[in-house]
Design a protein around this ligand. Structure first.
Ligand code: NAI
Length: 350
């Protein structure tokens, strides 16, 4: 299949393929829109993709989602994504990171790169030796992940209030898939709020760390979707919700951090049919964009304004739920309509 036939291509402005022999870099950078100021923001993902087609699909979908996400929180940039075909545990070297930096640099500031799955603040420091177009999070504290988790917590609480009529999370049963930076932080916040947790990860050590907190039950990765819980929180990778997993769900709410949770956008209607309230990923995980754009750390004394912006994700999400009900559309369609309107209002070309 040719690149121009890719179903995920949404009139993307720019797609680059980078190879660097000495470091072994194979990367794709997709810029969906450059936005009103001529720049696009997005993370750099390092993942052992099976093939270039899968990597391209991820880059196209994630960059489009990024445009919508930034517009929803009214940050004046378009969306982009870098994906690197490599195993972060095995292949991530200084040479590879510097080659990523050079690739970003060649785009001349149209793409400002942040951390994502497979990259962290230390990696951004290395990438930043080869380009100035790097978004460094506050003090290297992985602030974007903390901000994302806080935003997901706010959004999850909002969805629970709407669908279950519960004012707080005390005793609410939540199944968390993926205990990385965001998932682990979300678990801590949910535990503090009195929620009961069932958790899973491919990495047994991460499961053990969360279970040590005393309130979480560890289950096998394949069992997490079918649990009798109130909320399913997908915080691992894309496509958690597909034709196989959705029929297993017994929850009333799906609210988690993962990007591109739906394997197919039409599945948003299927969730609706099953009376499951889905918090669209482009809304509920937009805290990461706010964290990456912020120069303060969420938990620092000066983090109050960032926290206030993240708290606004609650009313934003509630407005999306309202719109979906009013216009009789899925929560995904409501979120995308709102994002396109906001992007156009900022002077971008949807
Ligand atoms: P991470 O790489 O720190 O953690 C992901 C975790 O998911 C890993 O522990 C991995 O072992 C686990 N995992 C992967 N496949 C799994 C499966 N099938 N079953 C169970 N566990 C599985 O990533 P991070 O930063 O926590 O991000 C999580 C999700 O949130 C990703 O989809 C990411 O794109 C999204 N996100 C992250 C943001 C951030 O600021 N870090 C911002 C917005 C979205």
């Amino acid at each position: 299949m040719g690149v121009f036939d890719a179903p995920e291509l949404d009139a993307h402005e720019h797609v680059s393929f980078f190879c660097d022999g000495p470091s072994g870099l194979r990367a794709i950078i997709a810029i969906h829109r450059t936005g009103p100021l001529g720049t696009a923001g997005g993370g750099c993902r390092i993942w052992p993709y099976g093939d270039a087609r899968t990597a391209l699909r991820d880059a196209l979908r994630l960059s489009r989602a990024m445009t919508y996400k930034l517009a929803l929180v009214e940050l004046p940039a378009g969306g982009a994504k870098a994906v690197v075909l490599a195993d972060p545990r095995r292949d991530k070297s200084e040479a590879l990171l510097l080659a990523i930096g050079r690739a970003v640099d060649r785009l001349g500031g149209r793409f400002i790169v942040a951390a994502d799955v497979g990259t962290d603040a230390a990696d951004l420091e290395t990438i930043g030796r080869a380009t100035m177009w790097v978004s460094r999070d506050a003090g290297g504290a992985n602030d974007a992940a903390e901000a994302t988790a806080y935003g997901v917590f706010v959004g999850l609480r909002t969805a629970v209030r709407r669908r279950l009529g519960r004012a707080d999370l005390d005793g609410v049963k939540v199944a968390v898939q993926g205990l990385g930076r965001v998932g682990a932080s979300l678990c801590r916040r949910l535990e503090a709020a009195g929620a009961r947790l069932w958790v899973t990860d491919l990495d047994a050590e991460r499961c053990a760390r969360i279970a040590a907190g005393g309130r979480a039950t560890v289950v096998a990765p394949g069992a997490i979707c079918g649990l009798d819980v109130d909320v399913f929180a997908p915080c691992a990778l894309a496509d958690a919700l597909d034709a196989t997993t959705i029929p297993l769900l017994r929850c009333r709410v799906v609210a988690g951090s993962a990007n591109n949770q739906l394997a197919d956008p039409a599945l948003a209607d299927e969730l609706e049919r099953r009376d499951i309230l889905w918090a669209p990923d482009i809304v509920i995980n937009a805290g990461g964009a706010l964290g990456a754009a912020s120069s303060v750390s969420l938990d620092a004394a000066d983090g109050t304004r960032l926290r206030a912006r993240l708290d606004m994700l609650g009313p934003l999400l509630d407005g999306i739920f309202e719109r979906a009900a009013r216009e009789r559309i899925s929560t995904l369609a409501a979120a995308e309509r709102t994002a396109r309107e906001r992007f156009a209002a900022m002077g971008g070309h949807p």
